[in-house]
Design a binder for this molecule. Structure first.
Ligand SMILES: *[C@@H]1O[C@H](CO)[C@@H](O)[C@H](O)[C@H]1NC(C)=O
Ligand SMILES: *[C@@H]1O[C@H](CO)[C@@H](O)[C@H](O)[C@H]1NC(C)=O
Length: 409
């Protein structure tokens, strides 16, 4: 035993000797610096049972204020305006057979962040090591917006991203809302992901596309596990140099001390079992021009300052709701990574995943059901979407699927 340990130690020394110190040490130092930039000094630290560490960081010390354009920014502690509409005050329908329950975040079982701080999921060394490069950490690898109009299937499937969504376009939009069923879809390869979100898009689908995205995702590469997590994304140049997930770059200004971006959602829905959903609202403050985000009925999380964007500093031109997965075809077949619940829309409530009460914020800053909804999916035999309109669910969709199956080889 001792001899074996000695051999291992010797091998290790040999390896250290063989690796040029400049590159290994350089990367190590680079990672250390990047972590120091991302992880701000905490007033209090909470350990979550999923392994996450939540740092309670003073609101004035959060990553947003590293942004050169936000150096003199006066933080807005609340929006000057909150859109109202048909379903604004409605809680989950309790007498309906379609019963769902409100959800929270797992880390909250282990503590709370004090007032004047914001909870931030700490980035660990392993998180950065899983990324291909430090400069791309926390950013999307491809331009991955569903582009219903230019639906050339060959072009779209090349990037390996697949969608099942509904959308509206052709008007000026000032926000969007939805209540989203939360599941924990299975991911086949660690470099794939499965997400369910709203896209708030501005500009053409060119190099300068503006996008704000909010929803839940399972992404082993980004988080190191298979949990469903609340996430946001933003970009003002079609996913090139600007923007990132959550608070992994400077931009989003958080004001809320109860909800952490990137934290696990708890509990999640089970097939034929209890259903859980989250309501998300993104809207543009007509006075300051900032884009605000709210989680559930009670948590205003914060805002993306108007100056981060070009087109979105005026309004959005397209809104999309639905799912996206990466199909890497690692074994030469379609991936078995699931979207939504992993079941097709036709199975309905308790089995297929849904968005209900989808609404847009119109030119008079009111929430209303979207008109002239389009649906889009690249391969409906792999992942599909169905839109409907009914009673207290308003405008809704079922979406998702299992990926690989006899009709999707
Ligand atoms: C911030 O304020 C200082 C002093 O007034 C000024 O010199 C600087 O240009 C401002 N920076 C930005 C990004 O507005
Ligand atoms: C995530 O799920 C995959 C299979 O879907 C499994 O191989 C992997 O071990 C899981 N990862 C973790 C961290 O639980």
């Amino acid at each position: 035993m001792a001899a074996r340990v000695r051999v291992v130690v010797m091998l290790f020394c040999l390896l250290v000797f063989l690796i040029p110190p400049s590159s290994a040490g350089g990367r190590k130092l680079e990672i250390k610096k990047h972590l120091k930039r991302l992880n701000k000094r905490a007033v209090k630290t909470i350990k979550s049972r999923d392994g996450d560490i939540i740092d309670c960081v003073r609101v004035t010390h959060q990553p947003a204020f590293d942004h050169p354009m936000l150096k003199n920014h006066t933080i807005q502690m609340k929006p000057s305006f909150h859109p109202e509409g048909l379903f604004t005050e409605m809680k989950a329908p309790s007498k309906s057979h379609k019963r769902s329950k409100p959800v929270t975040q797992l880390w909250q079982l282990n503590g709370r962040c004090p007032k004047g701080t914001v909870p931030i999921r700490r980035t660990k060394r392993e998180d950065v090591l899983r990324a291909n490069s430090i400069s791309r950490f926390g950013k999307k690898k491809h331009r991955t917006f569903p582009q219903p109009r230019s639906a050339d299937p060959d072009l779209i499937s090349q990037s390996g991203h697949q969608h099942a969504i509904v959308y509206v376009e052709g008007d000026k939009y000032y926000g969007a809302k939805a209540t989203v069923n939360v599941w924990e879809p299975k991911i086949q390869q660690p470099n794939e992901f499965s997400l369910s979100q709203m896209w708030i898009l501005g500009g053409s689908f060119g190099e300068d596309l503006n996008s704000i995205e909010v929803g839940w995702q399972v992404s082993p590469d980004l988080y190191g596990d298979n949990n469903s997590r609340l996430f946001t994304y933003w970009t003002s140049d079609a996913y090139q140099a600007t923007g990132c997930y959550n608070l992994l770059c400077s931009g989003f200004v958080q004001i809320n001390n109860e909800i952490a971006m990137g934290a696990s959602i708890f509990p999640v829905s089970r097939y034929h079992g209890s259903q859980y959903d989250i309501s998300i609202l993104v809207w543009k403050d007509p006075k300051e021009g900032n884009w605000w985000m709210q989680f559930g009925n009670d948590y205003v999380l914060g805002y993306w300052p108007a100056l981060l964007f070009s087109y979105l500093s005026d309004s959005a031109s397209m809104i999309e709701w639905g799912g996206e997965v990466v199909n890497s075809e690692a074994d030469g077949q379609h991936t078995s990574t699931q979207m939504g619940s992993g079941h097709f829309p036709g199975e309905g409530f308790g089995k297929a995943s849904y968005f209900r009460n989808i609404q847009i914020v119109d030119g008079s800053n009111s929430l209303r059901p979207p008109k002239d909804i389009g649906t889009f999916t690249e391969q409906s035999s792999c992942y599909d979407v169905q839109h409907g309109n009914h009673g207290e669910w308003g405008s809704y969709l079922y979406y998702g699927g299992p990926g690989r199956n006899p009709n999707c080889p």
